[in-house]
Design a protein around this ligand. Structure first.
Ligand code: ZN
Length: 239
């Protein structure tokens, strides 16, 4: 099993620290280095690997400083090498990749960016999906088409229900409010928004969330066709 620590960064980003049972340590999407180094120092550990999901600055800008503090290999999307300068291991869906003695499956999930990838750990049932899927939402389409994003979300939807979703931002409450406006009678959504409100009031993260919960509450994940998804994404962009 892999132990995951959330490291809040900027106003609403989450960086993730992964500690495997065999002692290996990884950092996912180091947007800024100081909060990561603080946590690593407090635990007296150093990263063996950095994992990158996509090229946006708030997911990679801390990379240089982190590597200066402790150098280690960086693994990320093969198709974004032009935008991510420090990649050592280039990943796509065919890659044989492992961390902490566990096989890691790479999902190519274009939409938010063209080369966005997610890291899926089948044995530990963890998914690091950054800006593809948010709790009750999904990433904005900066580079891909709505059809591509719909297919990317379908890929995630096909994973086991007990998969724990670790996304890139704490957007949950605003997303829940949007979903509830569209589906005011959705009981799972009503329950989840109460839970989210109390977590946020207590200053706690709403992440992780199970895929089972997202399948009931996330309208983007539940859109049956690309057309329905496109309409929903358009409404959210104008909200
Ligand atoms: Zn992004």
């Amino acid at each position: 099993m892999i132990n995951v620590t959330l490291i809040p960064a900027f106003s609403d980003n989450y960086i993730y620290l992964l500690e495997a049972e065999n002692g290996e340590v990884a950092v996912v999407d180091p947007g800024e280095a100081p909060p990561i180094i603080e946590v690593l120092e407090s635990k007296n550990i150093k990263p063996d690997m950095v994992l990158i999901t996509h090229h946006h600055w708030d997911h990679i800008d801390g990379l240089g400083e982190l590597l200066k503090w402790n150098t280690c290999p960086v693994a990320g999307p093969a198709s974004e090498t032009a935008r991510i300068k420090l990649l050592d291991i280039l990943l796509d869906e065919q890659s044989e990749f492992s961390f902490g003695g566990e096989r890691v499956q790479i999902l190519e999930t274009p939409g938010h960016t063209k080369g966005h990838i997610c890291f899926y750990f089948p044995e530990s049932a963890l998914l690091f999906c950054a800006d593809t899927l948010f709790s009750m939402g999904c990433g904005r389409l900066f580079e891909g088409t709505p059809e591509q994003m719909w297919h990317s979300l379908q890929k995630i939807s096909a994973l086991p229900d007990d998969t724990q979703i670790y996304c890139g931002h704490e957007y949950t409450l605003a997303n829940a409010q949007f979903c509830l406006e569209i589906e005011p009678d959705n009981e799972a959504l009503q329950k989840r928004i109460e839970e989210v409100q109390s977590l946020r009031t207590a200053g706690k993260p709403t992440i992780p969330v199970s895929l089972a919960s997202e399948k009931q509450t996330n309208l983007f994940l539940r859109a049956e066709t690309p057309e329905k998804f496109t309409k929903l994404r358009g409404l959210k962009d104008r909200a």
